[in-house]
Design a protein around this ligand. Sequence first.
Ligand code: IMP
Ligand code: MG
Length: 191
Amino acid sequence: MAVESTQMVSTEFTNTNLEVLYSEEQIRTRIKELGQQITSDYANGDLVLVSVLKGSCVFLADLMRVIDLPLTIDFMSVSSYKDGMRSTGDVEILKDLSNSIRGKDVLVVEDIIDTGLTLSRLLDILGTRGANSIKLSSFLDKPEPRIKKELSIDYTGFVVPNKFVVGYGLDAAGRYRNLPFIAVVKDPSVA
Ligand code: IMP
Ligand code: MG
């Protein structure tokens, strides 16, 4: 059958340069738990999920479907300036929110917090806009390189080691966002 032969030649999901860290099944279970926690915490809120493009789009899509509350979503896109490999904390808003967050309960949805510089600047910007509350959810927390130690993540999917990870929205030079699992790239020069 045509479908079977397509699956046999596709090697992106079975790429031997990838070491799976969290499987699709583990991710599904964890996201459900986060959804239950958020549903209970925001039962009396006016929730808006603010997704930071592009990495968090997969997390947002799964998370929003396990939050059993009325809610809206909005998107922001920021570019963080890097000084070599490290982000400097300067961010430029490439795409701002479509709607006002005044009086709203904002839950920022991120893919991964690394140094925390980008998110901390973003939270400063959102903090000036009259929201009722602002909290942070991140699918992954990579605490070792953290510079903004005071940044607290209210809802974390998984804590990861200080390695470059891909999949489930996270990329390496634009690739791998479509992997349904989280993996470490064994040899980045091959990626
Ligand atoms: P920072 O917290 O300001 O250092 O920047 C975090 C951003 O860097 C994330 O939103 C990701 O886009 C990217 N990033 C950090 N670590 C990784 C990783 O391991 N894989 C893929 N992207 C990463
Ligand atoms: Mg990001």
